[in-house]
Design a protein around this ligand. Structure first.
Ligand code: AMP
Ligand code: ZN
Length: 112
């Protein structure tokens, strides 16, 4: 299995865990773009939103709610951003779907 995030989720590549449950694993981004930068990934290997289907709607909702709970736990009362980069033009670099949770500073819009 060659997927970086699958290896992180199974523990063969180390990571700084932030939250985990039976459906997802959340860990600190290795190159943080904000004071809080957490990645929330499903344990199931889904390549990207382009590959997701209706069967995974509950799981996708769970990722967003887990990210919101982590944001609460991190004290991001002033707000935060959830991002799912998708495909080449979307800037996705790891082909295992993940939600970025970014916060702890004002974030600009539009993004680059
Ligand atoms: P994306 O570009 O949306 O696919 O996001 C991939 C993210 O994974 C980037 O923000 C990287 O900094 C992060 N990343 C890459 N390798 C690791 C790693 N070993 N541990 C934690 N985060 C990583
Ligand atoms: Zn994977």
């Amino acid at each position: 299995m060659s997927c970086l995030f699958c290896k992180i989720i199974e523990g063969s590549i180390p990571s700084a865990a932030v939250y985990q449950d039976e459906q997802c694993y959340a860990f600190a981004d290795i190159h943080p773009q904000a004071p809080v930068h957490v990645l929330v990934a499903p344990r199931e290997h889904i390549v990207a939103m382009t590959e997701a289907s209706e069967k995974q709607s509950a799981l996708l909702g769970h990722l967003l709610l887990a990210a919101a709970e982590i944001a609460r736990a991190k004290g991001l009362a002033k707000g935060y951003r959830l991002v799912i980069n998708t495909g080449q033009d979307g800037g996705q670099t790891v082909d295992h779907l993940h939600v970025h949770l970014l916060g702890g500073r004002p974030l600009h819009w539009p993004p680059g």
